[in-house]
Design a protein around this ligand. Structure first.
Ligand code: GLY
Ligand code: MN
Ligand code: MN
Length: 450
């Protein structure tokens, strides 16, 4: 395991204990599947990446595993059962080592562990008498089928004293609410993911040169992630230069970077399956042109105004509104809509939603195990109030596409997004990605510095 913070077995146990407190209220049990290998082509597979909820509660990284969590009656001992692939010397020679049931108990703290082949036989007894079974509804057909068999077996045997569950509940919601408020281990993993992400971004700022290909720059970035022990990017790295930066999810990364281009890199390293999510946009030559600088300054001011609102009791809509205020003023002042400048222009751009030509997405999302992390955004129909240990992004942008005919030509083919990862604390926002340069002087000093 690479050097750096990793949650202890105890930290995973604490997560299970918190979720169990919720389960206990409804006499519930939780059943999760760790995920299966996914075919890439023919008989080759993608590298395994465990299901986020499953890994968050177990730390286990093996395909095919199943977890059953069941609080004891009256808050008694929590039963944490794991089903894993049986040890198999021949299979392990071909496809890698397996933890096996004994390893699941000894290394992952399971109360009991069995071979996967025993799942259908043992599941009814594990669910007997619980009222709600939480599962990722409809996500894994094999898990749905095993549960349906278990429930129907308990129903058939009701006259023998077995008690089938009464309802299914959505596991993603139950666990999502826990994932939203980062615990100490989660925060340590996330800080590490973000620190590595910063190192990747700064490495590209130093090394990228006009004339390189976007994929070369992607490789520089991801080399830095991997050499620091990250499992790799938490989502497809976006490396878009010039007009490509105006495509929100551009992951082709196959054009040549021209002198004079601004490059937009949106990328995040994963650590213990927590992901960073940082965007920086900078001139590959090392100097912004006048137009690029003017647009950059507007987006930077929006980014700073949004971060200022990332405080306890505020909400994601308030952050978005703060960014829109700055962006709409900027669109008017820059004259990005040629027919709309002067007094009242910013208000009209705001009220009529004209900014959406240049800024068509929202400003923030939760960040954690998944780049777009779990946890409800609204409570009772209202935006959820930010609370300590929420982590979110603030990512305002302006995109002036090459074919945006109502924008002055000198601005076209330019995309600027500045995305930071922010921890909400009682003392105010902490910018976890602060070490990634974003002030113009800092950028111009580091770009091309080797
Ligand atoms: N990289 C995806 C996002 O910024 O939301
Ligand atoms: Mn983001
Ligand atoms: Mn991003």
């Amino acid at each position: 395991m690479p050097a750096g913070p990793h949650p202890s077995v105890e930290a995973y146990a604490q997560r299970r204990a918190r979720v169990a407190t919720q389960l206990q209220r409804e006499s519930g049990a939780l059943v999760l599947f760790g995920g299966a290998l996914q075919t890439r082509a023919n008989d080759t597979e993608f590298r395994f990446r465990p299901d986020s909820d499953f890994h968050y509660l177990t730390g286990l990284e093996e395909p095919g595993a199943v977890m059953v969590l069941r609080p004891g009656p009256d808050g008694g001992d929590l039963r944490f059962s794991l089903f894993v692939r049986a040890r198999d010397r021949d299979a392990e020679i071909w496809s890698g080592r397996r933890i096996g049931p004994i390893g699941a108990v000894e290394q992952f703290g399971a109360s009991e562990a069995f071979a996967l082949a025993e799942l259908d036989e043992r599941l009814p007894a594990l669910l007997d008498g619980c009222e709600t079974v939480y599962l990722p509804i409809g996500r894994w057909s094999s898990l749905d089928a095993s549960l349906a068999k278990a429930v129907s077996s308990l129903r058939r045997r009701n006259r023998d004293g077995r008690t089938p569950p009464l309802r299914y509940g959505e596991a993603a919601d139950l666990i999502g609410e826990d994932r939203l408020v980062k615990d100490a281990a989660g925060l340590a993993s996330l800080r590490q993911a973000i620190d590595i992400t910063v190192a990747g971004h700064t490495a590209t700022m130093r090394q990228a040169k006009p004339g390189m290909w976007e994929y070369e720059i992607e490789a520089l970035l991801e080399y830095e992630f991997r050499r620091r022990g990250s499992t790799g990017p938490g989502y497809g790295s976006i490396v878009g230069s010039g007009d490509n930066a105006t495509v929100l999810h551009y992951v082709d990364n196959r054009d040549r970077v021209r002198d004079g281009d601004v490059i937009l890199i949106d990328a995040g390293a994963e650590w213990d399956y927590f992901s960073g999510d940082i965007t920086r946009s900078w001139p590959v030559s090392g100097k912004f042109s006048g137009e690029q600088r003017a647009v950059y300054e507007v987006v930077l001011a929006a980014n700073l105004a949004g971060i200022e609102r990332a405080v306890v009791g505020s909400n994601i809509d308030a952050i978005h509104e703060a960014c829109l205020d700055v962006l709409c003023e900027g669109i008017a002042e820059l004259g990005l809509i040629e027919s709309l400048t002067g007094p009242g222009a910013a208000a009209q751009i705001r009220e009529e939603g004209l900014y959406k030509r240049f800024y068509m997405h929202r400003t923030s999302h939760w960040l954690g195990v998944d780049v777009h992390d779990a946890g409800r955004y609204t409570l009772g129909g209202k935006p959820r109030a930010l609370a300590p240990n929420h982590v979110l992004t603030v990512e305002p942008a302006l995109y002036i596409a090459g074919d945006q005919r109502d924008a002055p030509e000198r601005f076209r083919g330019l995309g600027v997004r500045i995305e930071d990862d922010v921890l909400v604390r009682a003392e105010g926002p902490e910018i976890l990605s602060a070490a990634a340069p974003k002030q113009i002087d800092d950028l111009e000093a580091i770009i091309g510095s080797g």
